[in-house]
Design a protein around this ligand. Structure first.
Ligand SMILES: Cc1cc2nc3c(=O)[nH]c(=O)nc-3n(C[C@H](O)[C@H](O)[C@H](O)COP(=O)(O)O)c2cc1C
Length: 214
């Protein structure tokens, strides 16, 4: 009220008001812009690609790894047994130790600053009181590890990283290099880093070939 009563529409006052309005508008536009930078789930899915070459000079911190795996841990698992394990190789010394076990993937893996070996503890996922719950047996462990890898690659993309899941690897060599217990089955090695290539999206099959609605 006081403001209305004392407001004089002089040229100076009007300029001041206009300046205020422009400042407020720029704050609002900045906020909208920031919100727009958050990628949607569909954008993350669309932008994730298997990347086979990395900028090895760009490192990833232990804290970033902890953030990544904490989200990965939110993946569902059989009776919440959380049988998946992650062996994160970050030091140059360990990376060199692991590389010979990467077989045909050795060159692709060699530029990644981080390699994550995923395993699962046997006889947990798909088991009740030490007995397999059904015919799938320990393949449920593989299923859970796959689910967690899906969370991992999507969270990695959200964090600005690229990934490559690798199934071609020497499991025994990895177990030896990383002291992985004998009751764990090695699944994938996931390369993590900043890609230095933008691969084309490999075509997907027509939806009706894989989807049958009954
Ligand atoms: C279980 C699994 C194993 C894979 N193994 C390899 C591998 O050993 N070497 C490789 O270059 N890519 C490997 N890939 C990546 C696939 O080739 C890739 O996901 C597929 O071609 C689709 O491409 P996109 O990931 O860019 O969508 C693997 C992917 C999965 C899920």
């Amino acid at each position: 009220m006081h403001y209305l009563c004392t407001y004089q529409p002089t040229e100076t006052n009007m300029k001041k008001q206009l300046k205020k309005i422009l400042m407020m508008a720029s704050v609002v536009l900045t906020l909208i812009g920031c919100a727009g930078n958050t990628a949607s789930f569909d954008e993350i899915v669309a932008n994730r690609r298997s990347v086979r070459s990395y900028d090895s000079s760009r490192k990833i911190s232990e804290e970033q790894i902890r953030t990544l795996i904490a989200t990965t841990q939110e993946a569902p698992s059989w009776a919440n047994v959380q049988a998946t394990r992650y062996y994160v190789v970050m030091s140059e010394e360990k990376l060199n130790k692991v590389l010979p076990s990467m077989l045909a993937n050795q060159e692709k893996a060699s530029t990644a600053p981080v390699l994550i070996v995923t395993t699962y503890k046997q006889d947990q996922s798909g088991f009740f009181n030490g007995e397999a719950a059904n015919e799938v047996g320990n393949s449920w462990g593989a299923y859970d590890a796959g689910l967690s890898n899906a969370f991992l690659v999507l969270k990695a993309k959200e964090m600005g990283f690229d990934t490559l899941i690798m199934g071609l690897r020497d499991a025994d060599g990895l177990k030896k290099a990383l002291d992985i217990p004998s009751d764990e089955t090695v699944m994938t090695v996931v390369a993590l880093g900043y890609g230095n290539q933008v691969p084309k999206r490999p075509d997907r099959k027509p939806l009706d070939e894989i989807l049958k609605i009954k």
